[in-house]
Design a protein around this ligand. Sequence first.
Ligand code: AHM
Ligand code: MG
Length: 338
Amino acid sequence: MLKGTVVTIQRHIVEQERMFPKATGDFTGLLWDLTLAAKMISREVNKAGIVDIIGLTGESNVHGEAVKKLDIFANDLICKSMEHGGHLSVMASEENEDIIPIPNEFPKGKYVLLFDPLDGSSNIDANVSVGTIFSIFRKKTAGSESLKEDCLRKGVEQVAAGYIVYGSSTMMVYTTGNGVHGFTLDPSIGEFLLSHENIRIPAKGRIYSINEGNANTWDEGTKRYIAHLKESDSATGRPYSLRYIGSLVADFHRNLLYGGIFLYPADYKDPKKPKAKLRLLYEANPLAFIVEQAGGMASTGKERILDIQATELHQKMPLIIGSKEDVMAYERFFGQKQ
Ligand code: AHM
Ligand code: MG
């Protein structure tokens, strides 16, 4: 792309679809609908401090966590924006216990949308960046019915994935399997403009992101790996820097641009029943697709995230994601944990 050329996300999506001669435009329509939802969520997130939308609703989501009003707003908005376009056969959200069928009055399409409407929402009150994460599959089962099997997939089958980070500016980053591209929202014209073409994550970073308060619950491999990062690196003469926002999209986005590793290992308090926190379908899979497309890696410590066959909608997985050499080093430590 020529320096100085203004490319809107709409034009970029159309150009990406043109690479597939048999494309019907359906997929383009789906992504367009998503960018519209993203702009509307961005508007609400940005005015959260000045309207009475902030605060707990008093309800809990399917994981028993307190739900903020903005989560519900974002969840409802995505459902309402996406259900009538004729592109989708079914949706599933981190905020809904079961699949979200397309209402009968609307035409059904050939895609499946999985999303986390507002990740990191416990941070909203403190004005910390939050994000939306999405993952798109082609419908797998025959017939027009909405089925859970269409959502329970391997990440490697994704046809697109992306996230929107509502930060000092709003950015949308997505991949359709042809590199990773980032767009910044220009609020004055209401358009996402190409600002980061073909993002590549550095092969090795200098940042690690983990909730170190959980250190007592880590397995031995993770403990030794983190201790190793605190020793001076032979190449730089410095230890790694810890950066942890506690908002996955924001932590991931920074590490994608600067290089580094994000870790949410399992909790081994009960060694027979290790407990993970992050969700395979709404968080790990889409970010894993993006990081691999950018030249990085995503693993549970022993398995590639994208190869895992989902068995439950709200399945949780350890997530170790970022620069390739860093994730490979973690796998070596994790493999020798005994
Ligand atoms: P959420 O989907 O309920 O917002 O939870 C996921 C968030 C991630 O954004 C973040 O990486 C993680 O939880 C932080 O967890 P912790 O506070 O345990 O470090
Ligand atoms: Mg989440």
